[in-house]
Design a protein around this ligand. Structure first.
Ligand code: PRX
Length: 635
């Protein structure tokens, strides 16, 4: 029986059974056989969800980059590690071998050290999808600095919040980025952010678009100049298993973004293990995940998971629409991609376009298709299956979160029978359950409830940076002794899970996790706005889009409403980023509230979704009359 690479359903059940019966032996065997350690662990797992405290491989020492790079130098030095496909198809792709990547990471790590970065320091990385992004992540890990990658679509305010929250002393960015036929002035955004960040001592600037940028003396340095002078060898820092590897921010339903802290050993073992199984990766395959490294999907399944397995991982700088809607498929054909992993929102957008864009290219290299980030609707699932997979490629609908570090529920291709819209079965080591409204576990197999985890897994986040209490409250207080995911799910009679969506105030738009509170805060900053509430409503490409209900102050009453809408969306773009813009904005004299003053979002959600006839009992509201008014003016 192979527990590292599961090849049959029978094997899956055997492995799963073992992983639940004796999790410590299960994970110890995998960790021992497939990774390089400087010192073995004393204890595989210690946990207490009430605190919560979880440690995996306590006592072990390692460096994750030795696992991602050094150990492959003997076996596959010339194999392509990173295959970089630029934004412009006319620019040549770059094949960076394991040997070259090792050298570049070492050089880069030496630059970081020379610039005063030490083990445990936080480094903010705000870069486009160019090789320097993956290399800076690995260079931080090489010297034990904690990377905090911020997606380069976030605004300067959002960037500043994230830099300050974890006291980054360095920011790595580029002169700008290419996105389709546009360029974006990333350095300008960083300069603006840094006006609010006193702790940043150094900014390293990668050259990508060769634009004129402002370089602040004594703070800003061109990376290529420093790299030219740096040694190509760098002894890896010896890290403890539980040392933080990185921080990655995710939206909460309330308050500031949460800096999820991921550890070194557990994260490494779990992402590598799941990469191998969920994508059925074989030695000569070319794997492509279209996510940005600014999100957890990119961390785990563009960088760490693939490189730990000695894989070839594609990094794509551009967008699916440039130069035309055939770009994804052209790349699949060009690089003979074997595994393709994307988000349902991208599939829906591509499915709307002429099928000739897909038919034009040879997609016969594809073996496995994946989706992530939001529920996939049945229509999109079938389009993906029929037109991209040609009925031959299993679709892995992978459910997981920034907080989980790696995929928890997913089919294993060629092993688990797939069912459209179902993430199907838990991976080995994962013990999900459904809870009812009273906080009890639902034992019946066929059921619907709130999705929780009963038992720790190696790659779970260990805390929220600087706020362990918030970590406990958010994930471990709703259900005693359980990790609560924030998602609702249903389970069929054979145990397959289907994720139905968030049950809190997080809204997922085009696969991006957005909290309602920060967006409402941005809207309320507008001088003409008194109060606002946003909810999600179904959208055929984004999955869910944002609908804002806004109460104006007297000063706003006579203003042109379309101008106000533009100004509100501009504020959101400035404070958070364009991904959080509202599709619809309705001005209203009031918002439905409970007698304790809480906005009844349930009612707004129904109205926004065009389901205003079934609002249920509204008589207990403080102001039921406002509901009629809102209904009459629905957009
Ligand atoms: O609601 C679930 C949804 O995305 C949330 C996690 O978002 P984030 O932390 O940004 O991570 C996204 C990439 C891992 C989850 O709570 N979600 C993620 N994958 C799926 C999904 N919903 C349904 N099906 C999925 N496959």
């Amino acid at each position: 029986m192979s527990q590292y690479h599961i090849k049959s359903l029978e094997e899956y059940f055997q492995v799963y059974h073992k992983s639940v019966k004796d999790p410590e032996t299960f994970w110890a065997e995998i960790a021992e056989e497939h990774f390089v350690w400087r010192k073995p662990w004393d204890k595989v797992l210690e946990w207490d969800f009430t605190k919560p405290e979880v440690t995996w491989f306590q006592g072990a020492q390692l460096n994750i980059t030795e696992n991602c790079l050094d150990r492959h130098l003997k076996t596959r030095p010339n194999k392509t590690a990173i295959l970089f496909e630029p934004n412009d198809p006319k620019e040549e792709a770059q094949h960076i071998s394991y040997k070259q990547l090792h050298e570049r990471v070492c050089q880069y790590a030496n630059v970081l050290k020379d610039m005063g970065v030490q083990k445990g320091d936080r480094v903010c990385i705000y870069l486009p999808m160019i090789p320097e992004l993956a290399i800076s992540v690995l260079a931080c890990a090489r010297i034990g600095a904690i990377h905090s990658v911020v997606f380069a679509g976030f605004s300067s305010t959002a960037l500043a919040t994230r830099i300050n929250d974890c006291d980054c002393k360095m920011v790595i960015t580029s002169d700008g980025s290419f996105r389709g036929n546009k360029t974006i002035d990333l350095k300008g955004i960083v300069d603006e952010a840094l006006q609010q960040c006193d702790g940043v001592e150094t900014v390293l600037v990668a050259q990508r678009i060769h634009s004129e940028v402002n370089m602040k003396k004594g703070r800003d340095y061109w990376l290529h100049i420093l790299l030219d002078l740096a040694y190509k060898d760098c002894v890896p820092a010896i890290m403890e298993a539980e040392d933080p590897l990185f921080i990655l921010y995710t939206s909460g339903s309330t308050g500031s973004p949460k800096g999820m802290v991921h550890s070194t050993a557990g994260y490494m073992v779990y992402t590598a293990y799941t990469f191998k199984n969920v994508f059925n990766y074989e030695e000569n395959d070319v794997f492509w995940c279209t996510a940005d490294i600014g999100w957890i999907t990119g961390h785990s399944y563009i960088v760490y998971g693939p490189l730990c397995n000695g894989a070839t991982t594609v990094m794509f700088e551009g967008v699916p629409t440039y130069p035309d809607w055939g770009r994804f498929w052209q790349i699949v054909e060009k690089h003979k991609v074997n595994q393709f992993y994307t988000a349902p929102t991208a599939i829906r957008a591509l499915a709307k376009e002429n099928l000739d864009y897909v038919k034009k290219y040879d997609l016969s290299s594809l073996k496995v298709l994946g989706t992530v980030g939001e529920p996939i609707n049945e229509e999109a699932w079938h389009w993906y299956d029929d037109h991209v997979g040609k009925g031959n490629c299993p679709i892995v609908d992978t459910w997981w979160q920034t907080e989980t570090g790696g995929i928890l529920i997913s089919p294993i291709p060629f092993v688990t029978p797939t069912i459209p819209t179902y993430a199907t079965l838990p991976l080995p080591g994962i013990q999900p359950c459904l809870m009812d409204d009273e906080g009890n576990e639902i034992k019946k197999t066929k059921a619907q409830g709130r999705l929780c985890m009963k038992y720790p897994w190696p790659s779970m986040a260990r805390t929220i940076w600087g706020n362990h209490e918030r970590y406990r409250n958010t994930y471990f207080s709703a259900f005693r002794n359980h990790y609560f995911t924030g998602d609702g799910a249903l389970r069929d009679s054979t145990g397959n899970y289907r994720i139905t969506g968030r049950v809190d105030d997080v809204i997922i738009v085009s696969g991006h996790n957005l909290g309602t509170a920060p967006i409402e805060d941005a809207i309320n900053e507008h001088p003409a706005v008194a109060e606002s509430a946003i909810v999600g409503f179904p959208h055929d490409v984004k999955g869910t889009a944002l609908y804002g209900f806004v109460i104006l102050k007297e000063t706003g009453a006579g203003r042109d409403q379309n101008n106000l809408r533009k100004e509100i969306n501009q504020l959101i773009t400035d404070r958070i980023g364009p991904i959080a813009k509202l599709d619809k904005i309705q001005f209203t004299p009031g918002l439905p509230k409970t007698r304790s003053g809480k906005i009844m979002r349930r009612i707004l959600r129904k109205i926004a979704s065009g389901d205003a006839e079934n609002l249920g009992d509204i008589s207990t509201l403080l102001n039921p009359e406002v509901v009629k008014e809102i209904k009459e003016h629905t957009l």
